[in-house]
Design a binder for this molecule. Structure first.
Ligand SMILES: [Fe+2]
Ligand SMILES: [Fe+2]
Length: 138
């Protein structure tokens, strides 16, 4: 099941929305790869790529949240850290030759990201709306 971007995911913060779109594209590429081949090598590369890009994205969000004193910063960052930990764990297991279902990995990533955007990311976005700084990020 590919994930397509639609406006319900938009937070109205340009840099964040663009990064979320890119994450969705990476998830789509993951599903494409699974449907094409059962080769594990490209799967490892996809997990690694997603993990690295998620790090970049999380850092960007954390900078924005800190800059605007988002009160939920610590809890939000903890969720980011946990996701990276989990992705690193998948990568590690795959590299050690463990038999993991790529579809389980990508389903986890997709579900996590969708929920995270709709709940946690929306929450700091609403804070920014409240203090009226979103106009700086259009
Ligand atoms: Fe995000
Ligand atoms: Fe986030």
């Amino acid at each position: 099941m590919a994930t397509s971007w639609d406006n319900s995911y938009s937070l109205g913060i340009r840099v964040v929305d663009d990064q979320h779109k890119k994450l969705f594209e990476m998830i789509d590429a993951f599903y494409d790869q699974i449907s094409k081949s059962s080769d594990i090598k490209p799967i490892i590369a996809l997990v690694k790529g997603l993990k690295e890009y998620a790090k970049t994205h999380f850092s960007a969000e954390e900078m924005i949240m800190k800059k605007h004193d988002f009160p939920g910063f610590i809890a939000h960052k903890a969720k980011h850290d946990k996701f990276i930990e989990k992705a690193a764990e998948y990568e590690d297991k795959l590299m050690k030759g463990a038999i993991l279902l790529p579809s389980e990995i990508v389903n986890f990533v997709k579900t996590w990201i969708v929920q995270h955007i709709k709940i946690e990311d929306r929450s700091y976005s609403m804070h920014m709306e409240k203090i009226d700084v979103k106009k700086n990020y259009l």
